[in-house]
Design a protein around this ligand. Structure first.
Ligand SMILES: Cc1cc2nc3c(=O)[nH]c(=O)nc-3n(C[C@H](O)[C@H](O)[C@H](O)COP(=O)(O)OP(=O)(O)OC[C@H]3O[C@@H](n4cnc5c(N)ncnc54)[C@H](O)[C@@H]3O)c2cc1C
Length: 397
C-alpha cells in the first residue's frame, strides 16, 4: 500500500542545495523567511566534487559580511592578477593596479562546506540525499515532492519555488516552451582537468595560448594544484597515463617559457564547454538561479560567482514578493540578474575564443588571435576591460 506523504508548508521551496540554493536559504533566513532546500546528492558527495576555485571580490564579501565564512580570507589566497602567456612569453594583467580589485583563490568545495555548516548551525532545513523529486503547481500553489534519505515521502507546499538545481535542471524544464527562450552555444573543444599533489608552479593563474592548444595552470593549496588543457570533447580521460598528461602540459606551457612542477595525478576529468541562458528566469511562482538558468564556459571563472550574484538579488526580490504576496518582484529579479548574466556570457565567450585553438583555424585565424592577445596586453584600455570583468565589475550594483 502506498505510504501517504508527510505534508508541510514553507515560504520558499528550494530545489538544489549547491552554492546557489544554500546561499539563498541563508540569506532568506537572515530576513526571517523560512525555506526548505533539497538535494539529490549526499553532503559528502557534494563536498568531494572539485569545481570552481576563483571568487570575485563581491562573492568573498557576501560570504564574509553575511557570516557564512571567516576562513575565506585566512585559508584562501588573494590573487592580484593573472598571466596571459602567448608568443613565447608571459604578460601580467595587474588587477589591483588597473581596477583596484582582486580575486580570491578559494575552492568551491570549501564554499560549500562553509555554507552547509552555517545552515546547520542556524537550524536551516536542508535535506541531502533525497530521491523522486518533482515540482508542481508553478502558477497556482507550488508543491515540492520528494522521498527523504530514510525513505519517507514528503509533500511541501510553498509560496514560491526556486530551481537552483544546476545545469541539468528539472525545474527549468517545467517552464512551458511558449513561456521561455533558450540561447545555446556549443564549442568544438573541452578541458582535460587534473588535480595533482605538487607545489604551485606559479603564484597566479597562467592562461596559456600555444600552437598545441590552450592550457590553464591554476592552484588550490601549497600541496594540491589544478591544471587543465584543451582537448577533444569526446576525449577519454581514463586512457591517459600520467607521463602523457605531463608531456602535453609541459609542451604547451614550455612554448611560453614555463616549466611545471610535477606530482602524482589524483583526479582527471573531461569538462565539456557550453554557453546557455534561459530567459526569463521566472515563470509563475517559480524562479531559476545559478547554473539552472545559465551556464558559461569556465575560462572566465564566472559560474560560481554568477550563482552567488543571482541569489543576492533574488533574496531581496523574494523578500518583497513574500511581503506583498505577488509575483512582480520575480520579474524584477529576472531583469536585474540577466544584466549581469549576459555581461558574464560575453566575457566568458571572449576569453574562450581568444585563448583556445579552433580545430579548423587557418594561419590567418592564428595570427589574428595573436594580434588580439597583443592588443589586450599591450594596451591599458584592453587590460582594464579584462581586469574589470574578471574581478566581477567591482563597484557595479
Ligand atoms: C570543473 C569545473 C570547473 C569550474 N570552474 C569554475 C571557476 O573557476 N569559477 C567559477 O565561478 N565557476 C566555475 N565552475 C562552475 C561552477 O562550479 C558552477 O557554476 C556552480 O557550481 C553553480 O552553482 P549552482 O548552485 O547553481 O549549481 P550546482 O553547484 O550544480 O548545484 C546544484 C545542486 O542541485 C542538485 N540537483 C540537481 N538536480 C536536482 C533535483 N532534481 N532535485 C534536487 N537536487 C538536484 C545537485 O546535486 C547539485 O548539488 C566550474 C564548473 C566545473 C564543472
Amino acid at each position: 500500500m502506498p505510504v501517504s506523504p508527510l505534508r508541510s508548508r514553507t515560504q520558499v521551496g528550494i530545489v538544489g542545495a549547491g552554492p546557489a540554493g544554500l546561499m539563498l536559504s541563508h540569506l532568506l533566513a537572515r530576513v526571517g523567511i523560512d525555506s526548505v532546500a533539497i538535494d539529490l546528492r549526499s553532503r559528502r558527495e557534494i563536498e568531494e566534487t572539485h569545481r570552481a576555485g576563483i571568487l570575485e571580490q563581491d562573492s568573498v564579501d557576501l560570504l564574509v559580511d553575511t557570516g557564512v565564512s571567516d576562513r575565506v580570507h585566512r585559508d584562501g589566497y588573494r590573487h592580484d592578477g593573472i598571466e596571459l602567456a602567448f608568443g613565447g612569453g608571459g604578460h601580467r594583467i595587474d588587477f589591483r593596479g588597473l581596477v583596484g580589485a582582486s580575486t580570491q583563490l578559494y575552492p568551491q568545495t570549501d564554499v560549500f562546506i562553509d555554507l552547509a555548516d552555517s545552515r546547520e548551525r542556524d537550524g536551516g532545513d536542508v535535506r541531502f540525499g533525497v530521491t523522486d523529486v518533482s515540482v508542481d503547481g508553478l502558477t497556482t500553489t507550488p508543491v515540492m515532492r520528494f522521498t527523504d534519505a530514510t525513505g519517507a515521502p514528503h509533500e511541501v507546499r510553498a509560496d514560491f519555488l526556486v530551481g537552483a538545481d544546476g545545469s541539468r535542471s528539472v525545474c527549468r524544464r517545467m517552464v512551458p516552451e511558449a513561456s521561455r527562450r533558450q540561447y545555446f552555444r556549443e564549442y568544438p573543444f573541452a578541458w582535460f582537468g587534473i588535480l595533482t599533489e605538487a607545489p604551485p608552479s606559479a603564484p597566479e593563474l597562467i592562461y596559456n595560448h600555444s600552437p598545441r592548444g590552450f592550457a590553464l595552470i591554476s592552484q588550490r593549496t601549497e600541496t594540491l594544484q589544478r591544471m587543465y588543457f584543451q582537448c577533444e570533447p569526446e576525449e577519454d580521460a581514463g586512457t591517459w597515463a600520467d607521463d602523457r598528461i605531463w608531456e602535453e602540459l609541459q609542451s604547451r606551457v614550455g612554448a611560453n617559457g614555463y616549466v611545471l612542477k610535477e606530482g602524482p595525478i589524483t583526479s582527471r576529468t573531461v569538462l565539456p564547454f557550453r554557453s546557455f541562458v534561459q530567459e526569463p528566469m521566472h515563470h509563475g511562482r517559480l524562479v531559476l538561479a545559478g547554473d539552472a538558468a545559465h551556464t558559461v564556459p569556465p575560462t572566465g571563472a564566472k559560474g560560481l560567482n554568477l550563482a552567488l550574484a543571482d541569489v543576492r538579488v533574488l533574496a531581496e526580490e523574494l523578500e518583497r514578493a513574500v511581503a506583498g504576496g505577488d509575483t512582480e518582484p520575480l520579474a524584477s529579479y529576472s531583469t536585474r540578474a540577466l544584466g549581469r548574466v549576459w555581461k558574464a556570457q560575453h566575457f566568458s565567450y571572449w576569453m574562450t575564443t581568444m585563448l583556445h585553438t579552433l580545430p579548423d583555424a587557418t594561419p590567418f585565424d592564428v595570427r589574428r588571435q595573436e594580434g588580439e592577445l597583443a592588443s589586450v596586453t599591450g594596451s591599458t584600455a584592453g587590460s582594464t576591460y579584462l581586469a574589470e570583468a574578471y574581478t566581477g565589475w567591482p563597484g557595479s550594483p
